[in-house]
Design a protein around this ligand. Structure first.
Ligand code: NAD
Ligand code: TYD
Length: 357
C-alpha cells in the first residue's frame, strides 16, 4: 500500500510517545506511522495494544544511537517526517547516571539528524516537504522564582540537571542542523505532562500507586517546588497541529497555565484517590513523608504558551480537575498494567518477543 506520508515517531512506546502514535495512527489512515523504540525500562508496548494491528502502523525495536540501522530505516521506509520523542526522561535517574542521558539524548538525536540529512539530501527534491520535529522540555530554561514570570520562547537556556543539560544540547543540535544545512526543523518545549501510561517513577502515577498500596509518599524537601501540569492528550494534540502547521525553524512553548505547588497537588491526588477508593476524606494524608530534597531541585517551572495559541489556535482542552479525575480513575482501573510495569513483567515479555528481530 502506498501511503501519503511515512512518519517516523521515536520513543513511541513511552508515555507521551504512545499517545502521539495512537493519535496519528487513528487520525491519519493515509499515513504510515513507524514507531521506533529501544524498549528501555520506560518503553512498554502494552501502551499501544489498541492499535498494534492497525494497517498503517509498524513497530521497530531499535536504538536511535545505532546510526547505520537508522540510515537503513530512513531508506527502507522512505521517511519524510520525524517526530522525535525517544529520550531518557527522568531527572532523578540523570543525577545518578548522566552518561546514559548524554548518550541517548545528545548522540541519539545527532544520529537521527544526520541520518535524516544524508537521506533527504540524496533525493532529487531534497528537503522539500520534509520535517524534523524535536520534542523538548521547559526544563532547559532553568528555574523561575516565585515572582509570577513565565518561560517564553525567548527565555535563555540555563539547564541545571544532567537531564535538562542533555535536552538543551539536543535542542541546539536540532537548530544547528537548520542553520547549517537548511534542514526543516521545529522544536517545542513543553511543561510537565500527566495522564495514563506514565511510568510510575514520576510524581503523579507513583503517588497514586503508593496511596492505593498504603505506601509512604516521599515528598522532596518541603514540597514547595512548583510545576505546570498539562494533560498528555493535550500535548499530543499540540504536536499534531505543530507538525502540520508549525513554522520551519521556529520554537513553540506548550503548557497548561496550570501551576501547582507539589504539596498542594499531592493533597488533591490524595483526596481524589481516597474518594474513589471509598476511604474517609483525609485518610491517606498520613502517608506524606518529607524526605531529603533532590540535588539541584529546580524551584519553579511555568510556561507561557500564548504564541502557540495566537499563531496556531491551540489551547489545553481539559480543566485540571477533570484531567486529574480521569488520570486517577485510569490508574485505579488498570492495576494489571501497573503490576506488570512495577514487576518488570512487561519488559521481559516484549524484549523477548523482539529479540534478534
Ligand atoms: P518516557 O521515558 O516515558 O519514554 C521514552 C521512550 O524512549 C521509551 O519508550 C524508551 O524505550 C525510548 N527510548 C529511550 N532511549 C532510547 C534509545 N536510545 N533509542 C530508542 N528509544 C529509546 O518519556 P516521556 O515522558 O514520554 O517523554 C517523551 C519525550 O518528551 C522526551 O523527549 C522528553 O524529554 C519530552 N518531554 C517529557 C515531558 C514529561 O512531562 N514527561 C515534558 C516535556 C517534554
Ligand atoms: P517528576 O515527576 O520527577 O518531574 P520533573 O522532575 O521532571 O518535574 O517530579 C515532579 C515534582 O515532584 C518535582 O518537583 C520533584 C517532585 N517529586 C517528589 O517530591 N517526590 C517524588 O517521589 C518524585 C518522583 C518527584
Amino acid at each position: 500500500m502506498k501511503f501519503k506520508r511515512n512518519i517516523l515517531i521515536t520513543g513511541g512506546a513511552g508515555f507521551i510517545g504512545s499517545h502521539v502514535v495512537r493519535l496519528f495512527v487513528n487520525q491519519y489512515p493515509e499515513y504510515h506511522i513507524i514507531n521506533l523504540d529501544k524498549l528501555t525500562y520506560a518503553g512498554n508496548l502494552a501502551n499501544l495494544k489498541d492499535i498494534e494491528n492497525a494497517a498503517n502502523y509498524t513497530f521497530i525495536k531499535a536504538d536511535i544511537c545505532d546510526f547505520n540501522k537508522i540510515m537503513d530505516i530512513f531508506k527502507q521506509y522512505q521517511i519524510d517526517g520525524v517526530i522525535h520523542l525517544a529520550a531518557e526522561s527522568h531527572v532523578d535517574r540523570s543525577i545518578k547516571d548522566p552518561f546514559t542521558f548524554a548518550q541517548t539524548n545528545i548522540m541519539g538525536t545527532l544520529s537521527l539528524l544526520q541520518a535524516a540529512k544524508l537521506t533527504w539530501e540524496s533525493l532529487p527534491e531534497k528537503f522539500e516537504n520534509k520535517r524534523f520535529y524535536h520534542i523538548s522540555t521547559d526544563e532547559v530554561y532553568g528555574a523561575l522564582k516565585f515572582d509570577g514570570t513565565l518561560f517564553t520562547e525567548e527565555t535563555k537556556y540555563q539547564p541545571h540537571s544532567p537531564y535538562s543539560a542533555s535536552k538543551a544540547s539536543s535542542d541546539h543540535f536540532v537548530r544547528a542542523f537548520h542553520d547549517t544545512y537548511g534542514m526543516p526543523t521545529i522544536v517545542t518545549n513543553c511543561s510537565n505532562n500527566y495522564g495514563p501510561y506514565q511510568f510510575p517513577e514520576k510524581l503523579i502515577p507513583l503517588f497514586i500507586n503508593n496511596i492505593r498500596r498504603g505506601k509512604e509518599l516521599p515528598v522532596y524537601g518541603k514540597g514547595e517546588n512548583v510545576r505546570d501540569w498539562l494533560y498528555v492528550e493535550d500535548h499530543a494534540r499540540a504536536i499534531d497541529i505543530i507538525f502540520h502547521k508549525g513554522k520551519i525553524a521556529d520554537t513553540y512553548n506548550i503548557g497548561g497555565f496550570n501551576e501547582w505547588k507539589n504539596i498542594d497537588l499531592i493533597k488533591v491526588i490524595i483526596k481524589t484517590v481516597d474518594r474513589l477508593l471509598g476511604n474517609l476524606e483525609g485518610y491517606s494524608l498520613r502517608l506524606i513523608t518529607y524526605v531529603t530534597d533532590r540535588k539541584g531541585h529546580d524551584l519553579r517551572y511555568a510556561i507561557d504558551s500564548n504564541k502557540l495559541k495566537k499563531e496556531l489556535g491551540w489551547e489545553p482542552s481539559l480543566q485540571f480537575e477533570e484531567g486529574i479525575e480521569k488520570t486517577v480513575k485510569w490508574y485505579l482501573d488498570n492495576q494489571e498494567w501497573m503490576e506488570n510495569v512495577t514487576s518488570g513483567e512487561y519488559l521481559k515479555y516484549y524484549q523477548e518477543m523482539y529479540e534478534n528481530k
